[in-house]
Design a binder for this molecule. Sequence first.
Ligand code: 4NP
Length: 144
Amino acid sequence: MKILMVCLGNICRSPLAEGIMQHLADENGLGWDVDSAGTGRWHIGEAPDRRSIRAARNHGIDISKQVCRQFKRTDFDEFDHIFVMDRNNLSDVLDMARNEEQAAKVKLLLGDKVVPDPYYDDSLFEPVFELIENGCKDIIKGLR
Ligand code: 4NP
């Protein structure tokens, strides 16, 4: 199973989602491959935001080696499921889908709720970690 996590910048939320989901999948011996990307291009080539690296490290997960990349159309072919953080990500990714099969791969990570953008609020990184972790656990329950 190949899973892609998508947010706006690919430096705060989706790197956490990649790290958390890969960690949980490995722990459960699922053999899943998890990646992440951003709809925007500002941070291409950069490491995740220090605050996300710290939040993950506090929970025993190392995301410091990840490198930011932009979401691209071929991701629809490469991945089985594409999980987005908020409704802007959802419409940006769906706008790039070429058919119903591709569009059907795209869902909000939290089902009917959004993961708020923590970029301008340091206090949001820990709650965002927990939201994403709970979302990933639910997804594993649903897909395994
Ligand atoms: P992310 O957060 O989408 O969770 O990675 C953001 C990071 C950077 C920007 C916006 C959101 N930015 O505008 O540079």
